[in-house]
Design a binder for this molecule. Structure first.
Ligand code: AAL
Length: 426
């Protein structure tokens, strides 16, 4: 009788021993010689590992993306308050600054173009006809109570009279708060973009209030590099942060050599005074990929959103010293030209809390004939203070139309047809 009663327990015990599912995970760790454990260890397992498995524990802040604080998906919201003239390309808003909170509301600055026609290219550009989407532009600003509905306030930094830096166009600005004053850095064009390249240095204007009035410093603060250097032609997307008691300005440059696709990388220039002199870091470029600059203080260091362009596009990177960046996460559908809301951007923090939202742009939103850009809001969870599992999913579901929009060209169809014909004729 007792034997019959014990039989089922004996059976479970026996099965338990053979079924890896049932066994205590810690025992798996000992099975160094057995297969990799079913339950993913939280820390680097003490066993021989492939390069990829070793990297999963050594290159990323956590072995699972959803536990990686520097991994996030991004969500987007259309903004209210901006009119684009029915999308006919005569009004464009792009390359937003970081968002700041002052006087009880949010502020952003951005490139504002309102021209009689959409961009017509360098050849057809005139005093009033723009060459590009950021040509013949001024820097405008808007405010918001909630970050979703914005009130456009008007011009902050107009194009200065010729021949001052920026007389052709002032664009792609970003904000710095330093010792109670405000500084707007921006690209200052002295010729229509595209005539020789997208060439420009960086200029700056300052004010006692985010509502201005803004005074143009009237001098170049971050000059182009020397002849032959990577940043000899373009200094783009100036992006100030305060780190280590200094002003850190990250910037992009386009280079790479004639006749090849442009390479975009980011450099760093630092200063003790917002009006300079700025010293370019001897290790520049410090980021080998990305396009517009987006960075934020993270813990004791600095993190960067690396969007399109380069081998490490669509990554989030981190550098404890703000110079030597490593990939910390790989993600998708990143915000373009993102200007995040970063409460500790200018506090010289030793424990950067991260970001949860900001303003970005979308370019060429209708057709090239009506080429213009619009601003939109992005949200994410790259924060030490927010834990939103809904921002940590591993992928998006793109609908078939999204894929079919990225269809083959006629030339590619011909190439494929030739290959098919060659196969058929064998
Ligand atoms: C943007 C930025 C800079 C370039 C142009 C307008 O994506 O990188 O601002 O000059 O494109």
């Amino acid at each position: 009788m007792l034997r019959n009663a014990l039989f089922p327990f004996l059976l479970i015990l026996l099965i338990g021993c053979n079924d890896p599912q049932a066994s205590d995970p810690s025992t798996n760790a000992d099975a160094a010689t057995g297969g990799f454990p079913f339950v993913l260890p939280d820390t680097l397992p003490d066993r021989p590992l492939s390069a990829a498995l070793e990297r999963n524990y050594t290159a990323y802040p956590a072995p699972r993306p959803e536990e990686n604080e520097l991994y996030s998906q991004f969500k987007y919201t259309e903004l209210k308050g901006f009119d684009y003239n029915g999308g006919d390309g005569t009004i464009s808003r792009r390359d937003p600054s970081k968002v700041i909170f002052a006087n009880g509301k949010y502020y952003i600055w951005y490139t504002h173009r309102h021209t009689p026609t959409p961009p017509q290219g360098a050849e057809k550009s005139t005093e009033t006809i723009p060459s590009s989407d950021w040509d013949i532009a001024d820097i405008w600003y808007a405010t918001s109570e909630d970050g979703f509905t914005w009130t456009e306030q008007g011009v902050a930094v107009p194009r200065p009279p010729k021949p001052q830096v920026g007389w052709r166009s002032v664009a792609t600005t970003d904000i710095l708060e330093w010792e109670g004053k405000y500084y707007l850095y921006y690209q200052g064009f002295m010729e229509a973009s595209g005539k020789r390249g997208d060439d420009c240095p960086i200029a700056v204007s300052y004010a006692d209030s985010p509502d201005g009035p803004w005074t143009a410093h009237g001098e170049v603060v971050i000059p182009n590099g020397a002849a032959g250097e990577w940043d000899q032609y373009s200094i783009h997307d100036p992006y100030p942060l305060v780190h280590d008691g200094k002003i850190y300005i990250y910037y992009k440059s386009d280079f790479g050599g004639e006749g090849k696709k442009l390479v975009r990388m980011h450099g760093l220039a630092t200063a003790d005074n917002p009006l300079g002199p700025f010293t370019k870091h001897p290790l520049n470029p410090v980021l080998n990929s990305g396009h517009e600059t987006t960075l934020f203080p993270w813990k004791e260091g600095i993190a960067a959103l690396i969007t399109r362009d380069g081998n490490e596009h669509y990554t989030v990177q981190y550098a404890e010293d703000g110079v030597n960046f490593e990939v910390a996460a790989i993600t998708d559908l990143m915000p373009t030209a993102a200007g995040p809301f970063i409460p500790d951007a200018f506090t010289d923090t030793k424990d950067g809390r991260g970001i949860t939202w900001g303003i970005a742009h979308l370019t060429n939103v209708t057709t090239w004939a009506q080429n213009h850009a619009v601003l939109l809001r992005f949200d994410c969870d790259l924060s030490q203070d927010v834990h939103d599992p809904d921002m940590k999913n591993h992928s998006y579901y793109y609908k078939p139309d999204f894929y079919y929009q990225h269809g083959l060209t006629a030339k590619e169809r011909d190439r494929i047809e030739e290959a098919n014909a060659a196969l058929r004729s064998r």
